[in-house]
Ligand binder design. Structure first.
Ligand code: FES
Ligand code: FES
Length: 232
């Protein structure tokens, strides 16, 4: 594990299960654990377009302005706009963006896989650009706009990429899915990336799916292309 002090999240790579871990969750319960974040799962199933519920903040503490919390020695306040809402967090200089998003802001839809920039599970958007959040320090993002998987659905409606992943069954365990979808959204907005399958595969190659759902992921990305919101 990296030496940053708030990164206590155990390695949760699906291919490296902890021996003392509880029995593996079912695919359904795991997807539910993504909450409204990834695929708008609530209760017993996915909510179709038009009925998805807005994601509730995962942690009440994240609503408390950082200015209300005394700075610990060495910490500094970082102001962010996260999924459209202003958030402030006090973090040490070595706090990794992924850990801050998950542990300070309570947005656990963004996953930690390799923690070394090699799997794409931690992909989120910084000012509209997809980044591996495990490789970025939070203090570098003061004033930035962060979009996580919890921010894709708008006004109770799933994003076209979320709809397409659901329609094409583009996941198995679901661990990589939020990162796959965040990369897909960025790729579909990037006019420099070709529309053919080979170009999409190449552009998505930083997102590893250990379940091998690549065929369906590609189909979902291509399917979502026609329904993407127009970029102003
Ligand atoms: S957790 Fe694997 S690239 Fe960030
Ligand atoms: S790693 Fe399991 S669905 Fe991609």
């Amino acid at each position: 594990m990296a030496d940053h002090d708030i990164s206590e999240t155990p390695h949760a790579c699906p291919s490296c299960p902890s021996p003392e871990a509880a029995p593996a969750p079912s695919r359904r319960s795991f997807l539910m654990s993504m909450g409204a974040s990834g695929l708008a799962v609530t209760g017993g199933g996915l909510i179709p377009r038009g009925q998805a519920q807005a994601a509730a903040p995962a942690a009440a503490e994240a609503q408390v302005p950082a200015t209300a919390v005394p700075l610990a020695p060495g910490e500094q306040t970082v102001n962010l706009v996260v999924n459209g809402a202003k958030r402030s967090v006090n973090v040490p200089p070595n706090a990794v963006l992924l850990d801050v998003v998950r542990e300070k802001l309570g947005l656990t839809g963004t996953k930690k896989g390799c923690d070394h920039g090699q799997c794409g599970a931690c992909t989120l958007h910084v000012n509209g650009t997809a980044v591996n959040s495990c490789l970025s320090l939070a203090v570098m993002h003061d004033g930035d706009e962060i979009t996580t998987i919890e921010g894709l659905a708008q006004d109770g409606t799933l994003h076209p990429v979320q709809e397409a992943f659901w329609a094409h069954d583009a996941y198995q365990c679901g661990y990589c899915t939020s990162g796959q979808m965040m990369s897909a959204v960025a790729i579909l907005k990037d006019a420099r990336i070709g529309r053919d399958d080979a170009s999409v595969r190449e552009a998505m190659s930083g997102n590893i799916c250990r379940c091998g759902a690549y065929k369906n992921i590609l189909a979902a990305v291509q399917s979502a292309r026609t329904n993407m919101p127009k970029v102003s």
